[in-house]
Design a protein around this ligand. Structure first.
Ligand code: PLP
Length: 455
């Protein structure tokens, strides 16, 4: 017992020190896979038992020394908002009690915690908490999969029993050329195939062109295909563009198509009254993907799937296993209305983080991302760079060097310095540009200055 306490004391010290420690470390990393494999084989022979403190020390060394540190204040990367002690505590508590959230009666406390957190998030989304269907997911990919499954079940209900072969026409879903590639995987996994995926060209601001979409739907119907779904991206991964949500929703209603909004990261704007209008129209969606682990410092994975129709996913997921007790009156079991079965208490870390910050603190954190991104845009321009996605108001900045240095040259220079982590992104016109996203609440003005000076 005393030893366990000592180890947690040690861990507590590491947690409280990490934020200062990480900023003194390189933001980038590189390691030969073979070197690491050998190191692991030597460190953990997995033959004789090892003491916990020794295991912990080794693991800490490995994770500190070999990682692009997403918790670093100058990690201008792919939507990793760093970590806070409450997230670590929440994950530890979830591990301690290991509640089985699959069924309400199994873990009423944990389920109620999730429901409560979801009610807050649904309110921010503008859906009616009393009628909406929602649950936490492993991440955006699962939530997107849920959206496609709900749309398929609604449009091709017979396929649920007889398979997609009863749909004698090729199902089609529409998304922009900037939309997330999880939909390519989903098309393969659901059996509709990648021929179902129709990429609509984006306009000069990287948003889905509604005119091109309307044309494509008309053409497909003429050609005997079966349109069933439109996926708007609210905050594209590459440049942070937001598709025209209201217009798309009207088109979907007129064409009788399921309207899904992938706001995996862009959902960040929903948490601040000041930036909420950027996503107006999202409340018109049939279903929404939102990754809390991309918006707040909550450990991965914490995605959310929200749908307007209560039973849209139950059509796919409802089963009655002989070995599971019946549902409790007044509550429903998540294993019967979502993809996962055994399920970790994902919502606990979300609730605890929201509770610690409060609504105002949450909004302030989000506003900070936007403010620092504005500062980055301003300072890049002064330093002679041009902003490529200057229509984008989300905190994601794509830029080019006016002196013709390539994006690869810029990115390599930054990564070599270890000062910061940025990446490049290829635009639809083939141009390669540098990309820096403000994704961590601890990023300060001085971090922007350091990035600019390396560039
Ligand atoms: C990150 C992302 C996803 C995938 O989410 P995961 O949580 O990584 O599974 C889907 N869509 C968009 C727009 C994203 O940015």
């Amino acid at each position: 017992m005393v030893r366990t306490e000592k180890i947690f004391e040690h861990l507590g010290i590491e947690v409280s020190r990490w934020q200062n420690e990480v900023s003194d470390r390189s933001a980038t990393s590189g390691a030969e896979p073979e070197v690491l494999r050998q190191l692991l084989a030597q460190t953990f022979p997995l033959v004789n038992p090892m003491p916990i403190d020794e295991i912990l020390d080794h693991v800490m060394d490995l994770l500190k020394n070999y990682a692009v540190h997403t918790t670093h204040p100058r990690h201008f990367g792919l939507f990793s908002p760093g970590s806070t002690p409450i997230g670590v505590i929440a994950d530890a508590v979830a591990a301690l009690f290991n509640p089985q959230v699959a069924a309400w009666w199994y873990a009423p406390g944990a389920n109620a915690i999730e429901e409560h957190a979801l009610r807050f998030l649904i309110g921010r989304l503008g859906f009616d908490p009393l009628t909406a269907n929602s649950h936490f997911t492993s991440g955006g990919s699962e939530a997107n999969m849920s959206g496609v499954l709900a749309a398929l079940a609604t449009h091709f209900p017979r396929a649920l029993s007889s398979g997609l072969r009863v749909v004698d026409r090729q199902p089609r879903l529409y998304l922009s050329d900037q939309a997330h590639d999880s939909f390519v995987k989903i098309a393969r996994m659901t059996g509709i195939g990648t021929d179902a995926v129709c990429r609509i060209p984006s306009d000069r601001q990287y948003k889905m062109s509604v005119a091109h979409l309307a044309d494509a739907i008309r053409r497909d119907r003429c050609n005997g295909l079966a349109p069933f779904m439109v996926i708007a991206t609210a905050g594209t991964t590459g440049v942070g563009a937001i598709d025209p949500l209201s217009e798309l929703s009207h088109l979907c209603r007129a064409e009788n198509l399921w309207f899904h909004v992938d706001a995996a990261w862009g959902g960040i704007a929903l948490l601040s009254d000041r930036h909420r209008p950027l996503l107006s129209g999202i409340e018109l969606a049939d279903s929404v993907t939102w990754d809390i682990h991309k918006c707040l410092p909550v450990p991965m994975g914490a995605g959310v799937f929200v749908a307007k129709e209560k039973d849209c996913l139950s059509k796919v997921c409802s089963v009655n296993p002989a070995y599971v007790p019946a549902e409790q009156t007044g509550a429903s079991d998540l294993y019967r209305s979502s993809i996962l079965w055994s399920r970790r208490n994902i919502g606990l870390k979300v609730l605890m983080t929201l509770a610690e910050l409060g609504a105002e603190g949450t909004a302030a954190q989000i506003d900070h991302h936007f403010k620092i991104a504005d500062e980055l845009r301003r300072k890049l321009k002064i330093a002679g760079f041009s902003i490529v996605n200057d229509d984008t108001q989300l905190p994601l900045v794509c830029f080019e060097d006016s002196n013709f240095r390539s994006a690869t040259e810029l990115v390599t220079k930054v990564l070599k310095s270890g000062v910061a982590w940025i990446s490049n992104v290829r635009l639809p016109d083939g141009r390669d540009v540098a990309r820096a996203c403000i994704t961590n609440h601890v990023t300060k003005s001085s971090d922007i200055d350091q990035l600019i000076s390396v560039l």
